[in-house]
Write a protein that binds this ligand. Structure first.
Ligand SMILES: Nc1ncnc2c1ncn2[C@@H]1O[C@H](COP(=O)(O)OP(=O)(O)OP(=O)(O)O)[C@@H](O)[C@H]1O
Ligand SMILES: [Mg+2]
Length: 225
């Protein structure tokens, strides 16, 4: 197991935003968290990354946890070429056992020479997301938390990026946060449905799409078909 969350509770200025959230993430799986806006999905990610105070237990057994945001443009530095930024991210880990950088870049379907030449604004949104995936490979991260990694992308490009996540399952597990049931269908091994900070169900993807356990899960599925 790479991550275990037990009875996670988060309060923002007295407002109870996450209520006894529990789940775990296994090796080589894509665990998706789905829920509508304001349900607390990003708050879970922030708690896992240790960015906000919380109550409960978060056991992080993953060697390195890497976070990918909706808009990676905010994360990449406009002043440096993209390749040098991948080097930096890799070297930030002491004794990194991560993948060779050129190999990581090829694996996500990007071109090494191009990334040495180009600055972030010269890449498309989908390319930038794939740069982030290459970064996590180069670091040797064993868990990637991706918060709405495709919601700012065109549908076809979304598929490319989701496919890249799927292809990386041998290298890292992912927690993919989305409000989009299509993304769950395409990518997830298991799904956790969240509503108003409360877990409605955790199911294997196939079981969920065949017969969701929760009323709210059923409602979500009606919007899918
Ligand atoms: N820093 C903060 N201070 C106060 N309230 C916050 C803060 N961050 C989030 N919240 C509140 O916590 C709740 C959960 O927010 P969160 O961002 O986790 O939702 P989300 O599921 O990620 O939504 P979205 O799909 O819109 O990204 C919301 O009611 C939000 O208003
Ligand atoms: Mg969010």
């Amino acid at each position: 197991m790479l991550l275990k969350v037990e009875n996670l509770n988060v309060f923002f200025k007295g407002k109870h935003v996450l209520k006894d959230v529990s789940f775990d993430v296994e090796r080589n799986e894509i665990f998706s968290i789905v829920g509508e806006s304001g349900s607390g999905k990003s708050t879970i990610a922030k708690a896992i990354m240790g960015l906000i105070p919380y109550q409960g237990i978060i056991e992080r057994s993953a060697k390195d946890i890497f976070m990918i945001f909706q808009d990676p443009g905010n994360y990449l530095d406009p002043l440096f070429n993209v390749y040098s930024q991948i080097i930096m991210v890799k070297e930030a880990v002491k004794e990194s056992a991560g993948m060779d950088i050129d190999k990581a870049i090829n694996l996500v379907g990007l071109d090494v020479e191009e990334l040495k030449r180009k600055y972030p604004h010269q890449l498309s949104g989908g390319q930038k997301q794939r740069v982030m995936i290459a970064m996590s490979l180069a670091r040797g991260s064993s868990l990637v938390i991706a918060d709405e990694p495709t919601s700012s992308l065109d549908v076809l490009i979304q598929k490319d990026v989701l496919c890249a996540f799927k292809n990386m399952k041998d290298y890292f597990s992912s927690v993919v946060i989305t409000h989009d049931i299509d993304v769950v269908y395409y990518i997830a091994d298991r799904v956790m449905v969240l509503k108003d900070g409360v877990v409605q169900e955790i199911s294997k993807k196939d079981d969920f799409f065949k017969s969701p356990k929760s009323e709210y899960g059923k409602r979500l599925l009606e919007s899918f078909y």
